[in-house]
Design a protein. Structure first.
Length: 334
């Protein structure tokens, strides 16, 4: 008995206009669409498609860094052939490898299922699943997690493999494609800071709001939306000679989603979120770092409720030039 193990799936990316991105592996030989006459499911039946119209684009936008020990999946198992389609793929692969155009030896290809190795008697009752990889994560340490040979799964059954497409798996794949805006804070004073004069720091509400990506697969009818919501801003002054407001440097989001308070002319006292530098930056600007934490959740058409994924952060450095203003008092003596 000869067991044919097809090579690990190779990835190609189908990138269209903004808001419609697909990540796919190439179609098996002879595929002719989502229900080809040869039994192939087609080049797009196992796709994971990403709706990225509700996250962020532009200069500086990027993925969040998970705060926990978490790496998004880089591959997935999905239904790729029906019974006849896999039989054709397996035989074509065997004959091509052995330079036998007449098919000699193809009947030796087995998968261990007794007299019906390709599940031909169950043609309409299941699919052969196979591994596919995410074009955007070719450098991921998890890229080889889906290297099992094709396996048969009855319709309506969820495979035991952790990488098999499911609502949570799609949510995690969407996490990898989610982008948020750079953490560019608004300052007052906006340009040159002054020793012992508080600098107010805040985020504009119209720029920092929930971002989301939806991942879906047509054949299984599963979709999942992963949403990142800004929850807190952490300030690092870039020098020990500074006072943070609040003292922890952590500025939580308010009920309306804003972080910090916008300065208004005439405002006095300490800012709700800000920094007071105690020395001038005589050797070059201080590098103040603003780190925004995003809470990440997901929902699905096949999973009730809202579920958690590890929160993520996005850091942004800001050059802070701090001057020292000398006060000169003059008067006349008697």
């Amino acid at each position: 008995m000869l067991v044919l193990v097809p090579s690990t799936a190779w990835a190609t990316g189908g990138f269209g206009k903004r808001g419609s991105v697909s990540s796919q592996s190439p179609a098996p030989s002879g595929a002719k669409g989502t229900s080809g006459p040869d039994g192939d499911l087609g080049a797009y039946a196992w796709n994971v498609n990403y709706d990225t119209s509700k996250d962020k684009t532009g200069v500086g936008a990027g993925p969040v860094t998970p705060v926990a020990n978490y790496t998004p999946p880089a591959c997935w198992y999905a239904p790729t052939w029906d019974a006849k389609g896999y039989k054709k793929y397996a035989e074509d692969s065997y004959n091509g490898e052995h330079n036998d155009p007449h098919g000699a030896g193809s009947d030796l290809i087995q998968d261990g299922n007794g007299k019906d190795p390709y599940h031909l008697k169950e043609q309409d009752k299941g699919y052969w699943w196979y591994g596919h990889i995410d074009q955007s994560q070719l450098n991921s340490p998890n890229i080889g997690d889906c290297n099992a040979k094709p396996f048969w799964v009855p319709k309506g059954v969820t495979p035991k493999a952790a990488e098999s497409l499911s609502p949570e798996q799609l949510a995690q794949l969407a996490y990898a494609h989610l982008k948020v805006p750079p953490t560019r804070v608004t300052l007052n004073p906006a340009m040159l800071q002054t020793v012992n004069l508080p600098t107010w720091v805040w985020l504009k509400a119209n720029r920092f709001h929930p971002m989301s990506v939806t991942a879906s697969t047509g054949l299984l009818g599963i979709s999942a939306t992963t949403t990142a919501t800004p929850v807190s801003l952490h300030l690092d002054a870039g020098t020990a000679d500074a006072q943070l407001y609040p003292s922890s440097g952590d500025c939580p989001a308010k009920a309306d989603g804003t972080i910090g308070t916008a300065y208004k002319p005439g405002d006095k006292g300490d800012p709700p979120c800000g920094i007071r530098y105690q020395h001038a930056s005589t050797s070059g600007p201080f590098t103040m770092t603003a780190t925004l934490t995003w809470k990440v959740t997901w929902t699905s058409n096949l999973a009730a409720g809202r579920h958690q994924l590890p929160s993520g952060t996005f850091r942004q450095p800001h050059d802070m030039s701090v001057q020292e203003v000398q006060t000169v008092v003059s008067g006349s003596g008697g």
